[in-house]
Design a protein around this ligand. Structure first.
Ligand SMILES: [Zn+2]
Length: 622
């Protein structure tokens, strides 16, 4: 566990020498760069690391501290895990128990009313960026959950790409119309309208149409972008668009013409996602270029999943759809890289970065890699694995840039993720099961009738079920009957069996807890938490076929107990205060905020339950 004594000593002397060097001036300021790679789970990362596929990660692990996986929040959902990572408090304290939360206090809303857990309104604990900025440390945060709506403060610089003003990427499907001189298309993005003209570039040896020129209407004379078709092409320069939304900030998107037939009658044209980046302070990026301000939010996962890039490998495709999908992720990663470089070129003390690239790809593809699923196809898995590998490689190159900057700036780098991935191919419709058990009643319009419902699975996406007690509006169960209904609820869920194997679907119940490893529960969620047999994912949908169990396409999902091996996240740290080649063993997300504060030489607030993971803390940090 601990560092080799000799090495520790030499590092200690090094630190001393450094302290002596700087005694005449102010003590050297420690800098910290934190990056969260969404869904970069421990199982996948450590496998690729062992196979030598992640050179930057390897450099970080050899030159710093690694861990045998990190336990995050229960449920293992993105908003909840990030709130835990960046406040150092569990959901019952920080208010973010899943991607959606119930209103707080309970009297403020029924169990059918939910709020977005990615937004800051429900966050009740201080995030680490606020603590650092309050100490006067220049802090930059990009796209992290719960930064928005902003809580402005001096020294805190925030860039956020997931506000209301966002338009998802899509494969554009306008009909090409034969104009007088060329084939034209028209399309809209948000409130902006565009006209595209396919043409034969005389400089391009391809016979027939090979490129596309875009003009913004109503100024058709001005060409705003030009793209070349096929493998030789690339994403266009950023094109300005206006999105509806409260902030009225400009947004940019790019086009990628993956395929164009010579007669321009058929084409595959992808329009990247576009987000009107909101910032705090509001003018933070005002003078920066569109290249820096363009952000897609996500890659083309949705377009890929709906067949927009052509048949997928699972549908018998050639791998072309996957290559196109990866190109959209590479484009997104390039935007994040630009933004990170910009922040790191400034006088920063703390930079927090978030990247959704692996999550985008793993949701679509991880299900085909899960050998415990019924339809598992080894040949297909062998062809899909390299796609996921490439998504990790994209992140690894990003990490390489951060390590280079860290070496130059004598900064620390902390890498975290929020959860892993598990393959699923069955939904268990919890509310359908509760209806069949007589605990839940639907109204004539097919929605949950709270006046006749004793228990339900609120649509929080967190695998919780709730008793409809009178402490929330719409509640009908007196508080003294709560434990009786809970017993009934356990009975109903325990009796759910897999239609083929006859095995139990709900494999474990967890009570809300404010101590111990998992600590699920809190005011903003349900009363009982569930874990499931492999291959099952919970659904709160109602109606549909009326079946409790529904087969789906294989998918990558996360919500399950964070102690499950495939749910483990990663933690690694690197920099002057971190001894080389240390393995910290299994760590917990609760310790990440104290670690960041420690690296910044900030005394942690007394109510933080976690401890700094910096090895030999107090020896290397004067
Ligand atoms: Zn996530």
């Amino acid at each position: 566990m601990g560092p080799v004594p000799g090495r520790s000593l030499s590092l200690h002397y090094f630190a001393l020498a450094l302290a002596l060097q700087t005694t005449q001036t102010a003590p050297e300021a420690s800098r910290v760069i934190v990056v969260s790679f969404d869904a970069a789970g421990y199982v996948m990362t450590s496998r690729l690391l062992a196979e030598g596929k992640l050179p930057s990660f390897d450099r970080m692990v050899r030159g710093g501290a690694w861990s045998d996986g990190m336990m995050t929040s229960f449920p293992t959902k993105t908003a909840a895990a990030h709130a835990l990572l960046f406040t150092g408090q569990h959901g019952h304290r920080n208010g973010i128990t899943a991607n959606s939360v119930l209103r707080s206090p309970p009297s403020a809303g029924s169990r059918l009313e939910t709020l977005n857990g990615f937004f800051s309104e429900s966050l009740r604990a201080e995030p680490v960026w606020a603590t650092a900025a309050a100490r006067g440390l220049e802090t930059y945060v990009f796209h992290a959950p719960q930064v928005y709506p902003f809580r402005p403060q001096p020294h805190l610089n925030v860039v956020y790409g997931y506000s209301e003003a966002i338009s998802r990427g899509e494969v554009l499907d306008p009909k090409a119309v034969a104009g007088s001189e060329a084939c034209e298309i028209r399309f809209t993005v948000g409130e902006s309208r565009y006209r595209g003209v396919f043409l034969d570039d005389p400089a391009d040896p391809t016979v027939g149409c090979d490129s596309l020129e875009i003009a913004a209407e109503p100024e058709p004379g001005v060409i705003v972008a030009r793209v070349t078709a096929g493998d030789g092409g690339s994403f266009s320069e950023p094109i300005a668009a206006s999105l509806e939304g409260p902030e009225r900030k400009p947004a940019w998107f790019s086009l990628r013409l993956f395929m164009l037939s010579p007669d321009c009658a058929s084409f595959t044209l992808y329009r990247s996602g576009t987000s009107a980046l909101v910032t705090s302070p509001g003018d933070l990026l005002e003078r920066e270029t569109p290249t820096l301000r363009a952000y897609g939010g996500n890659g083309g996962g949705r377009a890929y999943g709906s067949g927009g890039f052509g048949p997928t490998l699972a549908q018998g495709g050639s791998g072309e759809a996957e290559r196109r999908f990866l190109e959209t992720e590479l484009h997104l990663a390039g935007q994040l890289l630009e933004q990170a470089r910009w922040a790191l070129s400034r006088d920063y003390r703390l930079v927090i970065l978030y990247s959704p690239v692996v999550d985008d790809v793993a949701h679509e593809l991880y299900g085909y890699l899960a050998s415990d699923l019924e339809g598992y196809d080894q040949d297909l898995a062998r062809r899909i694995w390299p796609i996921l590998e490439e998504a990790f490689a994209v992140q690894d190159r990003f990490l390489g840039m951060l390590l280079d900057v860290a070496d130059h700036d004598r900064a620390h780098v902390v890498v975290v993720s929020d959860h892993g991935m598990s393959g699923t191919d069955k939904l268990v419709h919890l509310n359908v099961a509760l209806e069949k058990a007589g605990l839940l009643t639907l109204g004539p319009d097919g929605s949950i009738d709270l006046t006749r419902t004793r228990a339900l699975a609120p649509s929080l996406g967190d695998a919780s079920v709730a008793v409809n007690t009178v402490d929330r509006p719409g509640g009908v169960v007196p508080l003294e009957e709560r434990s009786m209904v809970l017993e009934e609820l356990r009975g109903a869920l325990s009796s759910l069996k897999d239609p083929v194997s006859g095995e139990r679907i709900v494999t474990a119940f967890f009570e809300p807890a404010t101590t111990g490893l998992l600590q699920p529960g809190g005011e903003s969620t349900g009363d009982l938490f569930l874990d499931f047999a492999p291959s099952y994912y919970p659904s709160t949908a109602i109606g549909g076929s009326g079946m409790v169990v529904e087969r789906t396409e294989p998918s990558g999902e996360h919500v399950f107990v964070p102690t499950r091996r495939d749910m483990l996240a990663v933690f690694a740290a690197y920099g002057p205060s971190i001894p080389k080649g240390v393995n910290l063993g299994r760590v917990q997300a609760i310790d990440v905020t104290p670690t960041i504060l420690d690296l910044l030489s900030i005394e942690p607030p007394e109510d933080l339950p976690g401890k700094s993971l910096v090895p030999g803390r107090g020896v290397l940090n004067p």
